[in-house]
Design a protein. Structure first.
Length: 258
């Protein structure tokens, strides 16, 4: 257990064994939400659910600082990279007319919680495929870091993309900073998943951590689209605070495949 916690501190939070220090972080501002809910549903309803177990909000109640229903248009011509290093326009990753896509934004390729999430997504991919849903996983780091995760986990390389400059993360306003990474209470749930994390990181290497050390302060999220329409959005409150896949499946299964 002690060894596992040490690895978590190094790879998930601050990889000190590769020269990371708090002084080296270039802190950037992020767009915090003014709402208590962190998961955004966009159904044709008008009520708001405020219970902590669901934390959902209809689009009509979202503020300008939250992920809005028309967020797909905000990506414009923003480009990220395939794991092979080929530039690709973010919004071209799925059919913008009727295609259903689950877009999972990992913190960074050297985060052990993200290796666990990637492992869970890999196991869920046949279910997504059967439902006609395209799975897209994006991580912070360069394509060579993405390939480390893809090869060692392993993970389907044609499903994995790299966003070294965090362009998509900035557009979505996903959380960023020391407080979210180190001290948010939502991060404590990782301790209930220690066995799952250990299994997912059997071939882990900290070499997957981005060279830009500030990237370890980035938080992730999860989105579900049908074409340009946002059906579901989740912003990780802290490290390892991933979207419940059951919720994601429920959204995907309720959407008729064209």
């Amino acid at each position: 257990m002690a060894s596992m916690l040490s690895t978590m501190q190094q790879s998930l939070l601050c990889p000190s064994n590769i020269g990371c220090s708090l002084e080296s972080f270039k802190l950037r501002s992020f767009r915090p939400t003014s709402l208590s809910s962190k998961s955004l549903f966009v159904p044709n309803v008008t009520s708001v659910t405020t219970s902590y177990s669901f934390r959902r909000l209809v689009a009509t109640q979202a503020t300008a600082t939250d992920i809005t229903a028309d967020i797909a248009d905000a990506f414009g011509d923003v480009k990220i990279f395939t794991a092979a290093g080929t530039p690709v326009v973010f919004k071209d990753l799925w059919d913008q007319n009727e295609g259903i896509a689950v877009v999972a934004l990992l913190r960074h390729f050297g985060c052990i919680c993200c290796w666990e999430l990637a492992s869970v997504l890999k196991e869920a991919k046949p279910k997504f495929d059967a439902a006609g849903v395209k799975l897209i996983a994006v991580g912070v780091g360069t394509p060579d870091k993405a390939r480390v995760l893809a090869e060692r986990l392993p993970f389907p390389i044609d499903t994995l993309y790299a966003d070294p400059e965090r362009k998509a993360y900035d557009i979505l306003g996903l959380y960023f900073g020391l407080g979210r990474t180190f001290f948010n209470p939502a991060s404590t749930k990782v301790f209930s998943r220690i066995d799952s994390i250990k299994k997912a990181t059997e071939n882990y290497t900290i070499a997957a951590t981005p060279d830009d050390r500030s990237s370890v302060l980035q938080q992730g999220g999860m989105l579900v689209f049908k074409g340009k329409k946002l059906l579901y959005a989740w912003k990780d409150e802290g490290t390892g605070d991933h979207a419940p896949l059951d919720d994601v499946f429920n959204v995907c299964c309720k959407v008729p495949v064209a």
